[in-house]
Design a protein around this ligand. Structure first.
Ligand code: 26V
Length: 763
């Protein structure tokens, strides 16, 4: 097809004018239509066995560049636009970013769909079409406020299908309308689909904040992603959402199975369902129910489901493992209750250990343990990084690993290097083409050949120059969009991820305090550092909001201090999302991955930073362990207590709650106390809310459940060492080079090949 001609035709038909006369937003819509036409013209792969990736989140990000790349017309379109003096990145500004995910789990699902399609495999996503998605973050008066993020426009990536299913809730039936987003595969000619279910009449956006009537069903079913679940109405709504997704999804699976000409008795030969964390776990009893309706006996249905469903665990945090009161399920989906009881009875008959029961408690206190349902009735259980899987097998899920040793397997996460290198860092991608050949784009293991340039000063200099350009571009964007000034010559030290105590943004803030106090005492750092944060806190997560408050107060304090400002800056980007990540990651020097060892299942930001030549400063946690193995100790900065030691400390504490180590550190370590006490200093509290900062101080000195104070000293000294090393340009450039050279393992294409070989067996 002549792309230029088609673009002109669309512009004429839509706007009655030539492309050259169109504004950026109009050109965006022309390209949206073009991309949709090309994607929809692609066939779905015709295969014997098809995967359905069930997930409550798909953090797909903007799709224009991604899809142009997958369709193989990214370069051509960029050149056509250049002829009119336009750039794709400016045009992409017109595209709203869907926020259909919270963080890592949702973004992983999006990377996986990209890789499944690129590998030509038959695999679709199944999820929900949240209208306001995850909230939009506003930073006001040094605090986070939330607003709805309406992202759906009249013309969007959503394709109406006309397909509808009925979902039977306790209060009555609701129609689930299916909308699709095309997922064209790079380097293939197929397209898969992301299936998003929606209600017929969605509720309008709430005015002002994100409060809404959680009992207004069905209208509110697809309003928000995981609405505040700190109260029962919110938690119950979440169960309704989950059942809506899995019931409609299971019906879609069966409809397509029948259309492909297969008998429901043989579903496990033709379908694999991957359950992404426990949010879609009700698909198990729902599928049993639907199969028995279609003539299978209970035994047959259970057997088929057991061979169809596989479960991925994404966290070991006990508070994040879903356990629903039976009364909630009774209310939302009463027809599932007898099936869950039957599944529980069968599991109990075989395994008497109460720790592995699906239903625990009695009477009104009965709860359903969703992960236990998945493990008994799925054929595979996987963790998302080597260390995480070992912890699942040896501690968190040990009783299950003892019963089903063969089910447990590891699938270390990955990221699509198409979005996270080719699209977001085109200059580095072009250099890689020159050095290792364009083949790395289909075979990321080729990136290892970059090691041949370890001593090539011209390549090292070019990598340094590209990093500098990316840093300037980020500084320009921040100046333009947020009025933030930063010194592109300074070290860009970045921590971007959801705000959670276990990720320890508070420990990063303690480092900032250390440097601030040093500078005030006349101890000038070796070189200027810009400490960049991006993080959303769950609206009801009080301590996380206090940490954001601390960061923002520190920022203002330093901005107002001409003595400190030349050496230390704090920047917090507002509303951190996929688009911000694409700008921040290529500009990063030091990647902060500082979770308390054993707590971060994998991390995927760590992999994106690594690919873009940032050097990791991290604990030996999640996939950091594998990054360290791949790059070697000279090309990563690790610090802090080991995961084994941390697990032992938690065990001790469980045995004897008085075993406090944290407050001990505060009182015993003379270097630590002043950092924490600075939270009470009027020098700081003048910029914010003294009570909030005091609450954070009290938590750090009395509880510090995620042990920031345990690691803070080794963190500070290791970070100082990294910043020192940065001064030796060739020395640092080699570290950058090794990181990019070794990132091929973290391509999600590799991860998906492993899922397919070990779990899905798609042919
Ligand atoms: C959920 C919740 C919900 C309630 C309270 C606290 C809490 C804490 C954590 C979570 C996370 C849920 C699952 C999740 O997003 N896991 C992330 O999955 C990524 C992809 O596998 C992985 O890279 C991250 O390490 C992991 O945190």
């Amino acid at each position: 097809m002549d792309i230029n001609q088609r673009m002109q035709e669309i512009a004429q038909a839509k706007y009655g004018q030539e492309l050259s006369q169109c504004g950026d937003e109009q050109i965006y819509r022309v390209l949206l239509q073009l991309t949709q036409e090309l994607s929809q013209a692609r066939p779905a792969p015709k295969k014997e066995r098809k995967l359905y990736y069930f997930s409550a989140e798909f953090l797909i990000g903007k799709l224009l560049s991604n899809n142009l790349l997958a369709l193989g017309i990214f370069e051509e379109v960029s050149q056509i636009l250049a002829k009119y003096g336009r750039s794709l990145s400016a045009i992409e500004d017109a595209e709203p970013e869907p926020s259909l995910g919270n963080g890592g789990l949702g973004r992983l699902a999006a990377c996986f769909l990209d890789s499944i399609a690129a590998l030509g495999l038959s695999g679709d996503g199944v999820g929900l079409n949240y209208h306001y998605g995850l909230f939009e973050q506003k930073l006001e008066n040094n605090k986070q406020n939330e607003r709805p993020n309406p992202w759906i426009e009249d013309e969007s990536w959503l394709i109406p299908t006309g397909i509808e299913f009925e979902v039977a809730f306790g209060f009555g039936p609701v129609k689930a309308k299916l909308l699709d987003i095309a997922v064209p595969g790079a380097h293939t000619d197929i397209a898969n689909r992301l299936h998003l279910f929606d209600v017929e009449k969605p509720a309008p956006a709430p005015k002002g904040g994100i409060d809404f009537d959680k009992t207004d069903l069905p209208a509110q079913l697809t309003s928000f992603l995981y609405p505040d679940d700190s109260d029962d109405a919110g938690r119950l709504l979440r169960v309704y959402q989950q059942y809506f997704m899995v019931s409609a999804g299971a019906q879609l699976v069966l409809k397509e199975l029948e259309e492909r000409g297969f008998d429901p008795h043989t579903i496990s030969d033709h379908v694999a369902i991957q359950i992404n964390d426990t949010h879609p776990s009700m698909v198990i009893p729902e599928l049993v129910r639907l199969l028995t309706q279609r003539g299978l006996t209970m035994d047959e249905a259970v057997e088929q489901v057991k061979r169809t469903c596989a479960y991925t665990n994404h966290t070991i945090l006990a508070e994040a493992l879903e356990k629903w009161p039976m009364s909630f399920i009774e209310k939302a989906a009463p027809q599932l209750v007898p099936i869950i009881r039957e599944l529980d009875k069968r599991a109990k008959a075989e395994h008497s250990d109460p720790k592995v029961a699906i239903i625990q408690g009695e009477g009104a206190g009965e709860i359903v343990h969703m992960a236990h349902l998945d493990i008994h009735y799925g054929y595979s259980v996987n963790g998302v990084a080597a260390l995480h899987t070992e912890i699942l097998k040896n501690s968190e899920l040990k009783p299950f690993a003892d019963i089903y040793p063969g089910k447990f397997n590891n699938k270390t996460n990955g990221v699509t290097l198409r979005r996270w290198l080719e699209v977001c860092n085109p200059k580095l991608a072009a250099l890689l083409d020159e050095c290792v050949g364009k083949e790395w784009r289909t075979d990321p293991s080729r990136l290892n050949r970059l090691m041949d340039y370890y001593n090539d000063t011209s390549v090292l200099d070019r990598m340094t120059a590209i990093k500098a350009e990316n840093k300037r571009a980020l500084a320009d964007t921040l100046r333009r969009e947020a009025g933030i000034e930063m010194d592109p010559e300074s070290v860009f030290d970045i921590q971007v991820k959801r705000l959670h105590e276990y990720k320890r943004q508070q420990m990063n803030a303690l480092y900032v305090i250390r440097k601030y106090l040093d500078i005030k005492a006349g101890k000038i750092p070796e070189r200027p550092v810009t400490v960049i944060f991006g993080a959303k806190a769950a609206p009801a997560y009080v301590m996380a909001k206090h940490i954001i408050h601390l960061i923002l107060c520190l920022r203002q304090l330093i901005e107002n201090d001409p003595q400190v400002r030349p050496w230390l800056r704090v920047v917090m980007v507002e509303n951190y999302n996929v688009s911000w990540a694409e700008k921040l990651i290529p500009a990063c020097d030091i990647s902060e991955q500082i979770s308390l060892a054993s707590k971060e299942a994998s991390g995927t930001g760590n992999m994106k930073f690594m690919a873009n030549g940032a050097v990791t400063l991290g604990t030996r946690d999640g996939a950091n362990v594998e990054i360290a193995d791949l790059v070697g100790p000279d090309n990563i900065y690790t610090f802090g207590a080991s995961s084994n030691w941390i697990i032992e400390l938690y065990d001790q504490k469980a045995r004897d709650p008085k075993m406090g180590y944290q407050s001990g550190i505060y009182y015993q370590r003379p270097d630590v106390k002043p950092l924490v006490d600075f939270l009470l200093d009027p020098v700081l509290t003048q910029y914010g809310d003294a009570a909030d900062l005091k609450a954070l101080w009290a938590d750090l000195t009395g509880k510090d459940w995620f042990m920031s104070l345990l690691d803070v000293e080794s963190y500070i000294s290791t970070r100082d060492r990294a910043i020192h090393d940065y001064g030796d340009k060739p020395f640092w450039a080699r570290k950058m080079l090794v990181n990019t050279a070794r990132c091929g393992f973290f391509s999600s294409d590799r991860t998906i090949e492993e899922y397919n070989k070990d779990i899905w067996h798609l042919k």
